[in-house]
Design a protein around this ligand. Sequence first.
Ligand code: SAM
Length: 202
Amino acid sequence: MTAAEDVFGASYESASRYVDILSERGIEWGLIGPREGDRLWDRHVLNSAALADLIPNGSTLADVGSGAGLPGIPLAILRPDLQVALVEPLLRRSTFLAQAVEELELTDRVTVVRARAEEHRQRYDVVVARALAPLDRLITWCNPLRSPGGAILALKGRSAADELESAQRTLAVRRLVGEVLSVRAHPSVEPTTVVRVIERRS
Ligand SMILES: C[S@@+](CC[C@H](N)C(=O)[O-])C[C@H]1O[C@@H](n2cnc3c(N)ncnc32)[C@H](O)[C@@H]1O
């Protein structure tokens, strides 16, 4: 059994259909780099799925700057308990997302919101983002979308600790705290770095 089969279990077929969509239309439409075709599972889908353990059961979730649906679509496939909004301002990308959501039969739980984060007025238990912006700007955009008591989860690479340091003022004025976590979807895949931002306890 592969790591992907192990992680997705009964939803593996759906995850596999999403990988097909990424490797065909995603590359054709320029949303996924042509060299990513061979590493869609590890670098994109399982990397996204690594956030799952940080998301409470039954959460509403916004994926801000969703692009081709990462990390929001893998999380929606893996976690049928989530209600997911894919927030993406660009027409081409939001069209791609709407088609993918329809084809993956996720329309009852996943909506596509064509908007910039700053224009969107809804609130969510968890706000996730990958490759959206440097952490301080990401917090400025995503915090207004976070419900009281909720969290922002930013998938970051090796720069996580430095970005967190640079974002201290942005966090302090909003009475937030951030921590760097290392998570992985499966013991056989590379861990990934996440910055979790929550309200400061006082
Ligand atoms: C580098 S892509 C990352 C896409 C996807 N999250 C991923 O990891 O593959 C950044 C995405 O953020 C979107 N974006 C840029 N500024 C944004 C904003 N202010 N609000 C919401 N999305 C934004 C872009 O349109 C783009 O799709």
